[in-house]
Design a protein around this ligand. Structure first.
Ligand code: SF4
Length: 353
């Protein structure tokens, strides 16, 4: 990493998160972003989120996307539909596919290997697929080590892993909102194995539900610690919990004082993450959940990437939160924030302007 300044401790990060002056936090985070990214541009991506299936037996309480076998809305994409989606994405300029499914007992490792091989045989596109809970689930289903599953998927065409399923990397929180999902240690073990194979990944956080500010910092500290030990996180992206249509919201467990994360709270988290995660090169803004304007403001609060156009997105959309953007719109947002705009791929490699 370029020019690292003195590190912020978890205790200092918690103070910044709880008491830091917002404009001052923005200035500090912006200084870190400009030190790490002195180039005159900020980035965006064109990709498509394809969910191979919505069958999932994990039943996370914050998720409105999953369906059980037999549900009229349950699906597994067939090859024709999958190819049509990728074909359209490529024509719209996509450089990669973010592919995920649920934790489905019906789909085995051989199915996913075949899927990746078929896509790679037909399209020249990077495959950024399978979050750690999916990899962990495949390993358990097949009775194989996580590393072996990753090696087989890589041999079939997998290029990198998305960092989904992290939510908050604190087991107290995970037991409350996603009790059937892999633990903090298991999520980190999948990432450690991927990084040891030279496979880059992103890291995520879903916040604003039952976690405390201290647990947000604990999450960030776990990511920073793993990155310190030779990790391959390319980026960090946080987005707020979207309550509508979720079992968690319906249960009342969020408490009477719960409020959705607003723009200021979101920007505070982005800024503290940029300041604290001094060893993760990129911080992405989440215009998909916060809207384009807050996404643009996040470029002055430590984010150096505006994320993707998301030609298709289903998981957040299942909560009723639907924002759409074209490459032109993302470029205008970046330029409006005072930077040149460059398209990047899932490896954060940029194209010529
Ligand atoms: S968040 Fe993922 S693992 Fe959890 S229920 Fe939804 S699809 Fe399944």
């Amino acid at each position: 990493m370029r020019g690292r300044a003195e590190r912020v401790s978890p205790e200092q990060a918690l103070r910044l998160l709880e008491e830091g002056d917002l404009p001052d936090l923005g200035r500090r985070a912006d200084a870190v972003a400009r030190r790490l990214h002195p180039e005159p541009y900020r980035t965006y991506a064109v990709d498509r989120n394809i969910n191979f299936s919505n069958l999932c037996e994990c039943r996370c309480r914050f998720c409105a996307f999953w369906r059980s076998p037999g549900d009229p809305e349950a699906y597994v994409l067939d090859t024709e539909a999958l190819f049509a989606k990728i074909d359209e994405a490529v024509r719209l300029g996509a450089t990669h596919i973010l592919g995920q499914g649920g934790l489905s007992p019906r789909l085995d490792l051989a199915y996913y290997e075949g899927l990746l091989r078929k896509i790679k045989a037909r399209f020249n596109i990077l495959l950024h697929c399978f979050s750690p809970p999916e990899i962990h689930y495949m390993a358990g289903r097949e009775g194989l080590p996580v590393r072996t599953v990753l090696e087989r998927l890589r041999a079939a065409g997998l290029d990198s892993l998305p960092g989904g399923g992290a939510e908050i990397l604190v087991d107290r929180v995970r037991r409350s909102i996603s009790p059937n999902k892999c633990t903090t240690g298991e999520w980190l073990d999948v990432m450690r194995a991927a990084h040891s194979l030279g496979m880059p990944t992103s890291a995520t956080m879903v916040f604003g539900h039952v976690e405390t500010p201290a647990e947000r910092v604990e999450h960030l500290a776990r990511l920073r610690d793993l990155q310190d030990s030779g990790g391959g996180f390319l980026s960090f992206i946080a987005w707020p919990f979207q309550a509508p249509n979720t079992a968690l919201a319906a249960s009342g467990d969020l408490g009477p004082d719960w409020r959705p994360v607003g723009g200021a709270e979101y920007l505070r988290l982005v800024a503290v993450a940029r300041i604290f995660l001094d060893n993760i090169p990129n911080v992405q803004a989440s215009w998909v959940t916060m809207g384009p304007k807050i996404g643009q403001v996040a470029l002055a609060f430590g984010a150096n990437d505006l994320g993707s156009t998301m030609i298709e997105e289903n998981v957040v959309a299942a909560t009723g939160c639907v924002h759409r953007a074209s490459p032109g719109m993302l470029r205008r947002l970046i330029e409006g924030a005072g930077f040149e705009a460059r398209q990047r791929n899932s490896r954060y490699q940029t194209s010529a302007p």
